[in-house]
Design a protein. Structure first.
Lengths: 297, 353
């Protein structure tokens, strides 16, 4: 393999990894507070992509308006999802919560299928993202450079909110102990809603960039990226934002480089993530960055 | 009459009632077999397969309280194993055009019953292998790991063309599955699972469900009991997979996605997690309701205006039903109760005090 191709694949891996990281953050934040795998989280990618498509094609908004709009709307859908599917089950056994999450996921997918139809839609890719540039002799799409940069921006903003603001402090407190946080006079429900808003918005941003990179949008497009992002979150140690990012990059780079070095394994690419997950759970159940287990249910 | 004598009487009565119910079922099946339309027979077959699946799936999810999301893996393995065994070597040579079938399967041919058992056994072996990583974790992690195995199996089905014929799948299987096979296996499954649940093993499983640490303190080995439930469940899922393959007569990897698991989950949640009776009722409702709900997908006439049919509407309804049941009626139809003759006779006022 020549160095050029290697760098091309590397940049691909980094941009895929950033996407996983963005989606994984949402999983990890929700899991941190509610101890819930939000199965419907991946479907928010789909919701955001369709919203962006309709904003561009039906309301003919320019992309710099329609993308933020789609992100905001998806954030609201995230809050709605919490209110409808998870809030009534706060005191229920965890298994009920998980089943409700699966139900929510299928509801979103099938609603999209009924309303929009199963035929994949092309994503209107703005000109500036489609350009191809040459860096040191390596031809790359500008998109593969924009994606990690955007991810970094979002990540910085998120880290600022979580670690430098009062709301962020409340969030971290809630993820340690919800009951005590409530006793301290913090409106935990609002904090949870905010967590869903932030996680969903990040997923939406990830979804739009995903659609820019792979411009085929269908009702089930979020399933596999969602599952893989979840795996990324587990890899990094679930509940840990930085861990989710690291896990995302490990998974994204691993997948791309696996296919690059062993092209004959390409058809096993989707299994790679799960095998990795199983290995991590076997040998290091708390993930790469995770702290030792403290049993908390 | 002594207490013992009375108990003997009730148990004898229950036995007769069970036999009578079985005979009734046989008569009904015979009538449908003779006079039923093809459509009705198909629904009944589906019902029996789903009963087998739901009852065995419920053993892990309901009785042991694990959220296992990989039964589709076992169903796939059962279906493929059984299909490969019933196809004749000639047929196999014809269908495997891209890559020839690997050796032992390419020459083997077995009767339907043997192939079903083989499907079950293969699924059990697979379950045994994956049970070691699976039971290292609990709760959500267990859910995601089992889901992962389901996904891995699907990927393997697409990739290992020498065994599964890849995305093309296997076509032209003999439609061996008839009412007697499907219902016979469904009844057998119900009997075995009920016996297991009512045995000391079953009570240990329920103890683990309620509190694993307390159960451990009482000397129950969680790993062994969970493994037992997992393997039994996998066996029946494999057998049901074989039935399914010979009912549909065409199998491909797209048939056994997470979607199938989702359907099973709806069935046992609506029926009542942890109740075999509930699983049976849920499966019957699902097989019948799935057909009945086709109404919502066909064009509807509301006097003056017509709503065009919306394909896919059923799944929306199913998702809504699942969420409504889990949020508002968490116990489902049966809760954790079981049907029993004693209960029925007490209700009818026929039971001697």
């Amino acid at each position: 393999m020549s160095a050029t191709i290697f760098f091309q694949q590397l940049s691909n891996g980094i941009s895929l990894g950033s996407l996983y990281a963005l989606v994984a953050i949402g999983y990890t934040m929700v899991y941190g507070i509610l101890r819930l795998i939000n199965f419907a989280h991946g479907d928010l990618l789909m919701v955001a992509s369709y919203t962006a498509i309709y904003a561009v094609t039906m309301f003919s908004l320019p992309w710099y308006l329609s993308f933020p709009l789609a992100i905001a709307l998806t954030g609201c859908i995230g809050i709605l999802m919490d209110k409808v599917a998870y809030k009534p089950l706060r005191d229920a056994p965890r298994i009920s919560l998980l089943i409700s999450a699966i139900g929510a996921s299928f509801l979103l997918e099938n609603l999209a299928l009924v309303i929009i139809g199963g035929i994949p839609k092309g994503f209107p890719r703005p000109e500036i993202f489609a350009k191809v540039i040459e860096i040191l002799g390596v031809r790359v799409q500008v998109l593969t450079i924009y994606i990690p940069i955007m991810t970094l921006v979002f990540l910085m903003a998120l880290l600022y909110i979580v670690y430098r603001t009062k709301v962020g402090k409340a969030m971290r407190a809630a993820s340690k102990d919800i009951e005590t946080t409530r006793l301290m006079g913090i409106n935990v429900d609002r904090i949870i809603a905010l967590t869903f808003l932030m996680g969903s918005s990040l997923a939406a941003a990830g979804g739009i960039m995903w659609a820019l990179k792979y411009p085929q949008v269908n009702p089930f497009m979020g399933v596999i990226p969602g599952l893989k992002a979840f795996i990324a979150a587990v890899l990094g140690g679930i509940g840990d934002i930085i861990g989710a990012v690291v896990g995302g990059f490990v998974l994204g780079l691993g997948e791309i480089l696996l296919v690059a070095f062993f092209p004959e394994l390409a058809q096993y690419r989707d299994a790679f993530a799960f095998v990795l997950l199983i290995l991590v759970l076997l040998f290091r159940p708390t993930g790469i960055m995770g702290e030792p287990i403290t049993d908390k249910t | 009459m002594t207490w013992k004598g009375k108990d003997m009487d009730t148990s004898k009565r229950n036995l007769y009632c069970n036999l009578a119910a079985l005979c009734l079922l046989a008569v009904v099946l015979y009538l449908f077999d003779q006079y039923g339309t093809e459509y009705q027979i198909r629904i009944l077959n589906n019902m029996a397969v789903f009963i087998t699946l739901a009852v065995s799936y419920n053993l892990v999810n309901g009785m042991c309280g694990l959220l296992h999301l990989g039964p589709n893996a076992f169903i796939t393995i059962g279906a493929y194993t059984s299909a490969l065994l019933t196809m004749s070597p000639m047929e196999k040579q014809m269908s495997f055009i891209i890559e020839p079938l690997i050796w032992p399967f390419s020459v083997l041919q077995a009767p339907f019953f043997v192939s079903l058992i083989a499907g079950g056994v293969m699924a059990t072996i697979f379950a045994f292998i994956i049970s070691f990583p699976v039971f290292r974790v609990r709760g959500d992690y267990l859910a995601i790991v089992t889901l992962g195995f389901g996904e891995v199996i699907r990927v393997l089905c697409n990739a290992l063309q020498g065994v599964t014929n890849g995305p093309l799948g296997l076509k032209g299987l003999q439609p061996y599955t008839n009412l007697w096979w499907s219902w016979g296996i469904a009844v057998f499954t119900i009997i075995v699972i009920t016996k297991l649940v009512n045995s000391s093993y079953g009570r240990a499983m329920k103890a683990i469900r309620e509190d694993e640490i307390a159960a451990k303190a009482m000397g129950v080995d969680p790993f062994r009991h969970l493994m037992l439930a997992f393997l039994v469940s996998a066996f029946f899922c494999g057998v049901a997979g074989g039935l399914m393959a010979h009912l549909i007569t065409t199998i491909s990897p797209t048939l056994f996605t997470f979607f199938l698991t989702f359907n099973l989950l709806i069935i046992i949640v609506v029926g009542g997690l942890g109740s075999t009776t509930g699983a049976v009722i849920g499966a019957a409702l699902f097989a019948w309701g799935g057909e009945a709900l086709r109404v919502v997908e066909s064009p509807m006439n509301f006097g003056a205006f017509t709503i065009p049919g919306i394909p896919g509407m059923r799944m929306v309804l199913f998702s809504v039903i699942l969420m409504v049941v889990i949020i508002f009626a968490r116990r489902g139809i049966m809760g954790r109760n079981e049907f029993s003759w004693n209960w029925l006779f007490t209700k009818l006022g026929l039971n001697a005090k």
